[in-house]
Design a protein around this ligand. Structure first.
Ligand code: PLP
Length: 404
């Protein structure tokens, strides 16, 4: 298996047609940077300056081994929404992973690459009826819910489904909180389980998500403790509760934080779900697996030097001599969607450390004013045609499948 892949990019909306055919294996022995440099040179000879990704698929294997070492009791179900490119899901499937699918298309993708239905959780608490029916037709039985109205839909379209009650947990320590959208409040869980029982539905467990980009391992402790309470309510109601799903939220690039999280999670599991409890523990990591796998190279396609008299007051206070605006050929409506702008590019072109740095305002290629990537980077003066490199860009950057 080649470790490195190159994929053509992307006016974002074209991504779906490009990615199926757009992956090329690169020769062994190249580093990601070598591959980027080589690709730039080859493309420049043909006059092509499109943005592109390089994927280090070996990083998927490294991350999986790290996961198994750190969280031996937790089986990962990769969150397909995070990056549904085929080489990624195929390699994860070969390593025996489970999959968290959030839509009909994601279920189709994962079933079509030969993954057994038992290795899929349909982890979307609010599903379209036709998608529930589709899940049934592909043998997928385990699915989440968090509200009353979901139950009759599932009862009608998939009476043998195994329900997992998603609870809302504290997500205040994450970059992308999710509990505002999904998750039942603790005080509604009993009623939600009674309603399922009234419809003769089976509930097998509890899930939660502490929010993506979680920075506080203790968020998991609290959530695991709350899940225990809900599982106990389910047991009291007569359900055979044997699944705990601790969701996503795991950092992708920060190995130290991941190890810390794992230590805290293992400890909480030992307290609330010791081995003897016979509850199977799963998680739905997305970012963790793919963030560091992909690197993006983007081209500067336009530049504008903002003259002194046009500077805004912030720039003047910062005593900047000039601000340079750059326009890139990928941006917030493409691969840089969803990024907290702690992101910082590397420069392809070598520059000396004593070169003057300027405040830079960086935009994506669309005419939308929201396509504003950053104005916090201090960069040396760059030119049209120069390349910027963004590392750790594999999560929520390459979106082949819509949610449908
Ligand atoms: N599971 C569910 C239900 C999600 O909504 C998400 C992200 O939105 C994930 C898993 C993956 O989360 P992360 O990328 O933080 O691992």
């Amino acid at each position: 298996m080649p470790r490195l892949l190159n994929c053509e990019a992307v006016p974002r909306k074209m991504a779906s047609c490009i990615f199926d055919s757009g992956f090329n294996a690169l020769e062994d022995g190249l580093t990601v940077r070598d591959a980027i440099d080589k690709n730039i040179i080859e493309h420049q000879l043909k006059g092509i300056t499109d943005a592109f990704h390089v994927a280090d698929l070996g990083a998927l294997v490294d991350q999986h081994l790290r996961w198994q070492r750190a969280l031996p009791r937790v089986k990962p179900f990769y969150a397909v929404k995070c990056n549904s490119s085929k080489p990624v899901v195929q390699i994860l499937a070969q390593m025996g992973m489970g999959f968290d699918c959030a839509s009909k298309n994601e279920i189709a993708l994962i079933r079509d690459i030969g993954v057994a239905a038992e290795r899929i959780i349909y982890a979307n608490p609010c599903k379209e009826s036709s998608h529930i029916k589709y899940a049934a037709s592909r043998g997928v039985r385990t699915m989440t819910y968090d509200n009353e109205d979901e139950l009759p839909k599932v009862a009608m379209n998939h009476p043998t489904a195994k329900m997992v009650l998603r609870i809302a947990v504290d997500d205040s320590k994450s970059s992308f909180p999710l509990s505002g959208k999904f998750g039942a409040p603790m005080n509604e869980c009993k009623v939600l389980m009674e309603s399922a029982r009234a419809l003769h539905m089976d509930i097998i467990g509890v899930s939660f998500h502490v929010g993506s980009g979680c920075t506080d391992p203790n968020a998991f402790t609290q959530a695991i403790a709350e899940a225990r309470l809900v599982i106990d309510i389910g047991i009291d109601l007569g359900f055979h509760m044997n699944l705990l799903d601790i969701g996503g939220g795991f950092t992708g690039a920060d190995h130290i934080l991941f190890e810390e999280m794992a230590t805290v999670i293992n400890h909480a599991l030992d307290i609330y779900f010791p081995e003897e409890s016979q509850v199977q523990i799963i998680a739905e990591p997305g970012t963790y697996y793919v963030a560091s796998t992909f690197t993006l190279a983007v081209n500067i396609i336009g530049r504008k030097i903002v003259k002194n008299e046009q500077l805004c007051s912030d720039d003047k206070e910062a005593d900047n001599k000039k601000v340079i605006m750059y326009y890139l050929n990928d941006g917030n409506f493409g691969s840089l969607l969803d990024f907290d702008h702690n992101l910082k590019p590397l420069l392809c072109k070598k520059h000396s450390p004593d070169q003057q740095l300027y405040n830079s305002r960086v935009w994506g290629p669309t005419t939308d004013n929201q396509d504003h990537i950053s104005d916090r980077w201090k960069l040396p003066e760059l030119e049209i045609g120069d390349w910027l490199i963004f590392e750790n860009i594999g999560a929520y950057s390459i979106r082949k499948l819509s949610r449908r």
